[in-house]
Design a protein around this ligand. Structure first.
Ligand SMILES: NC(=O)c1ccc[n+]([C@@H]2O[C@H](COP(=O)([O-])OP(=O)(O)OC[C@H]3O[C@@H](n4cnc5c(N)ncnc54)[C@H](O)[C@@H]3O)[C@@H](O)[C@H]2O)c1
Length: 442
C-alpha cells in the first residue's frame, strides 16, 4: 500500500465496520430494493437511485412494489430515516459505497445491451470522489467490470485501488423463494485488486452470513453466468425428455420422481412451457456472445436456448392436437390461460412463456383470455388484456384451460371439476384423476 491508499482504505473500512458508511443502490428494482432494505435494516443509511420517478416516490412513501419486500419492512426503514430514494444522480457523491443493480437486457437480436450499466457508471464517474467503493451487481459477461466499468470510472482522473475501489458481486436473489434470502445465500465478491475485494467482502458481510471472495471480477462474473447456464441447460434437457416421454407414452413426471429417489449424483429439474424472468432466458446469451469474440461457440448454451425457446410452440401444438382429437379447431376455440407470471407465486411477467403462448394462440385464431391472481393486466402484441375472474361459469365456457404457471392459489380440484379440458404444462395436477386432464410430458 502506498501512502494515499493507506489513507483511503482504512477510512472506508472503518466507516463500513462502524456502519457510518452511506450505501448507494443504483437501480431499485427486483434486485436493488431488497438490497437497499437489507442494508437499511442492518443500520446503514441508504440512498436508492432510480431513473423511474414512480419507484422513487413509492419508496419514499414506504409502499413496496416488489413482492419479496413487504411495505411494512420498507416503511419501517423509511420512517426511521435509514432509506431514502432519489432520481438526483448528483447525490452519488454523498455515498461511500454504491451497488449497481441496473438491468442488463438483450437487444432485439439477442446481443448484450450494456447501455444501463454504461449510463450508470458514467453517472458515478461524474461524481466519483476519493474513498468510494463501487460494486457492480448486474449479471453480465466476464470482463464487464474491468473493460467497461473501470475505464468509465477512471475517466474521472481517479485511480482504482488508490483513490477508489471496484468489485463485482453477483446478485443471486430468487424471487418468491421463502427459504433463501440475502442473509442466508452466500455472496461472491471479486475485486479489481486485493483492497477492493477486501472492502466488498466487508461490506456484504454486514448483510450476508457468508461472503466468498474470488480471485478477480471475471471469476465472479463467470460464476454467476455459469449458475444460470447450468439451470438453462438442465431445464432444456428435461424439456427434451418430456417430448420423448410424450412419444413413448411415459410420464416424465413419474420418471423425475423416481430419479429423485437417488440420494447422490442427481438433482431434479422440471419441464414446463418455456423459461422466463430476467435471468435464465437472457444471461446465457451474454456468455455465448462474449465467447464468439474468441471464435468459441458455446454449443450447450445455444442448444439449450433453442430447446427452451421452442417450448411455447410445442405447448400450442399440443393444444391444437388435443382440440383436434375432440373434433374442434384451434381457430375460434375459447382458451383460458392460467398464470402469466414467469413462475409460481410472483407477479413478474418478464420473458414469460405464457405471453408467447397467448400470442401464438391468438395468431391461430383462438379466443384467448387469462387469469392470474398476481397480474391484473398484460400487454401482448394484439393489445392489452385484463385478468378474468376464475369462476365455475368461466371455466365451463372454455374449450381448454391451459395451466401455464402453477400458482399455489389455484384450486386444481375446482378447475378439473368445471373445465371441459385442462392442459397442464407444470405437472401441478399430478395425482389428480380425470379424463379431462392432459399433462405436458405425458
Ligand atoms: N430479477 C432477478 O431475479 C435477478 C436475480 C439475479 C440477478 N439479476 C440481475 O440484476 C440486474 C437488475 O435486475 P432487476 O430484475 O432488479 O431489474 P429491474 O428492472 O427490476 O430493476 C432495475 C432498476 O434500475 C433502474 N435503472 C435503470 N437505469 C438506471 C440508472 N442509470 N440509474 C439508476 N437506476 C436505473 C430501473 O428503472 C429499474 O427500476 C440485472 O442485471 C439482472 O440480470 C436479477
Amino acid at each position: 500500500m502506498d501512502n494515499e491508499t493507506e489513507v483511503t482504505f482504512p477510512a472506508l473500512e472503518k466507516k463500513i465496520r462502524t456502519k457510518s458508511a452511506i450505501i448507494g443502490i443504483g437501480g431499485i428494482g427486483y434486485v436493488g430494493l431488497p438490497l437497499a432494505v437489507a442494508f437499511a435494516s442492518a443500520g446503514f443509511k441508504v440512498l436508492g437511485f432510480d431513473i423511474r420517478q414512480k419507484n422513487v416516490d413509492s419508496v419514499n412513501r414506504g409502499t413496496s412494489y416488489i413482492a419479496d419486500v413487504s411495505s411494512e419492512s420498507l416503511a419501517s426503514v423509511v420512517t426511521g430515516k435509514f432509506l431514502e430514494a432519489t432520481t438526483d444522480q448528483s447525490r452519488l457523491g454523498e455515498v461511500d459505497a454504491i451497488c449497481i443493480c441496473v438491468p442488463t437486457p438483450l437487444t432485439a437480436t439477442k446481443d448484450p445491451d450494456l447501455s444501463y450499466v454504461i449510463h450508470e457508471s458514467e453517472a458515478i464517474s461524474k461524481y466519483l470522489r476519493t474513498g468510494q467503493l463501487v460494486v457492480l451487481e448486474s449479471t453480465t459477461y466476464p470482463g464487464t467490470t474491468k473493460q467497461v466499468v473501470l475505464p468509465n470510472l477512471e475517466s474521472s482522473g481517479l485511480r482504482c485501488g488508490i483513490d477508489f475501489y471496484l468489485a463485482y458481486s453477483p446478485e443471486r436473489v430468487d424471487p418468491g423463494n421463502k427459504e433463501h434470502n440475502i442473509r442466508n445465500t452466500p455472496k461472491i465478491v471479486g475485486g479489481i485488486d486485493p483492497q477492493s475485494t477486501q472492502l466488498a467482502q466487508l461490506l456484504y458481510s454486514q448483510i450476508a452470513s457468508t461472503v466468498v471472495p474470488v480471485a478477480c471480477p471475471e471469476v465472479a462474473e463467470m460464476t454467476k453466468v455459469f449458475e444460470n447456464v447450468f439451470r438453462s441447460v438442465n431445464i432444456a434437457l428435461v424439456n427434451e425428455l418430456a417430448h420423448l416421454c410424450e412419444q413413448m407414452g411415459l410420464s416424465v413426471w413419474e420418471v423425475i420422481d423416481a430419479a429423485s429417489t437417488k440420494p447422490f449424483g442427481y438433482m431434479p429439474f422440471y419441464p414446463g412451457p418455456g423459461i422466463g424472468g430476467h435471468c435464465i432466458p437472457l444471461d446465457p446469451y451474454y456468455l455465448a456472445n462474449k465467447a464468439r469474440e474468441l471464435d468459441f461457440h458455446t454449443r450447450f448454451i445455444e442448444l439449450a436456448a433453442e430447446i427452451n425457446e421452442h417450448m411455447p410452440y410445442h405447448v400450442v401444438f399440443r393444444i391444437l392436437e388435443l382440440l383436434n382429437n375432440r373434433g374442434k379447431s384451434l381457430n375460434g376455440a375459447r382458451i383460458l390461460v392460467l398464470g402469466v407470471a414467469y413462475k409460481k407465486n410472483v407477479e413478474d411477467t418478464r420473458e414469460s412463456p405464457a405471453l408467447k403462448i397467448i400470442q401464438l394462440l391468438r395468431e391461430k385464431g383462438a379466443e384467448v383470455s387469462y387469469n392470474d391472481p398476481y397480474v391484473s393486466q398484460i400487454h401482448v402484441p394484439a393489445g392489452d388484456m385484463k385478468s378474468v375472474e376464475l369462476s365455475k361459469e368461466c371455466l365451463a365456457s372454455m374449450d381448454c384451460a391451459v395451466i401455464a404457471t402453477d400458482h399455489s392459489y389455484y384450486d386444481m380440484e375446482q378447475m378439473i371439476t368445471h373445465s371441459k379440458l385442462v392442459f397442464d404444462t407444470r405437472g401441478i395436477t399430478r395425482g389428480l384423476k380425470g379424463n379431462n386432464i392432459v399433462r405436458l410430458g405425458e
